[in-house]
Design a protein around this ligand. Structure first.
Ligand code: SLL
Length: 260
């Protein structure tokens, strides 16, 4: 092919033009389908919101761990970290995805689940913080929520001596997902889900969070508050008495100084 000088000059320009057009196209595509202000995403997100409505759903998250009987490797414990309903119910109807971010010493340490059960079982040798990120369906317009959980393998120090061999260590928590001004669609999804807003009346097996345990916890907190209030009043009284004494001593010192 003859290499005319004009033709040679045009090549770099043509390549630049192709690169420029590719960049524009990818920007345009990501604006329409990925970015937060994309018209496509916004149209899905701006489902009508129910102003003034607050709806919550209970969850339980945390871990159980058990010491391995024989240690063939460095790993001393088998553990499971999980997110579930307070009675073990499936909460997937209002959850799009759950990600568990494990310590980087684990192979493939970012574990994602689009279906229940949302849990990871592993063997390991150390305790570390696990980040559980909960994503909600796109139609909810809700931002993901992150829970920070310290994986516990060992019993509390105070019980370490008496902890029976093979007894699992439980470290899980009750919490509530609270949605303000939910979209109509998401509100509908939440009200139809297997998990109601309430927790069970009584604890059963591993499902320890119940109205009964909540009432007991409230009593413990009330008693702690009254103990703290009592102590506070006692110390306040002592501080007031000390202030009066200081003022009296200051007056005495001033009188002595004046008499000198
Ligand atoms: C510690 N800072 O030192 C913590 C880190 C990491 C635990 C704990 C890996 C297991 C495996 C594992 O258990 N990592 O690779 O199979 O205690």
């Amino acid at each position: 092919m003859p290499k005319h000088p004009i033709f040679l000059l045009a090549w770099p320009c043509l390549i630049r033009l192709i690169i420029f057009l590719t960049c524009c196209a990818s920007q345009l595509l990501s604006f329409f389908f990925v970015s937060d202000c994309s018209p496509v995403i916004l149209a899905m997100k701006t489902g009508k919101r129910l102003k003034g409505v607050v709806i919550s759903r209970p969850i339980v998250y945390g871990n159980i761990a058990i010491e391995l009987p024989t240690q063939k490797s460095n790993n001393t414990h088998k553990w499971t970290v999980f997110l579930r309903g307070p009675n073990g119910q499936d909460i997937s109807s209002f959850i799009h995805k759950v990600e568990f971010k494990l310590h980087e010493t684990f192979v493939n340490n970012n574990r994602a689940f689009k279906t229940a059960p949302y849990e990871v079982t592993e063997t390991g040798w150390g305790e570390f913080e696990i980040i559980t990120k909960i994503y909600f369906p796109l139609s909810s317009g809700e931002k993901p929520i992150s829970l920070y959980h310290m994986l516990k393998l060992y019993p509390p120090d105070s019980q370490a001596q008496t902890w029976p061999k093979g007894k699992p260590v439980n470290n899980f928590f009750y919490d509530e997902l609270i949605f303000s001004d939910p979209t109509e669609e998401f509100f509908d999804t939440l009200t139809k889900s297997a998990v109601g807003p309430e927790i069970p009346l009584k604890a059963t097996g591993n499902h320890i969070f119940s109205l009964e345990s909540e009432a007991a916890e409230c009593k413990r907190l009330e008693s702690a508050v009254s103990q703290v209030t009592e102590k506070y009043n006692e110390y306040k009284g002592r501080a007031q008495a000390a202030e009066i004494e200081i003022a009296e001593l200051r007056r005495d010192i001033a009188a002595l100084d004046a008499a000198r």
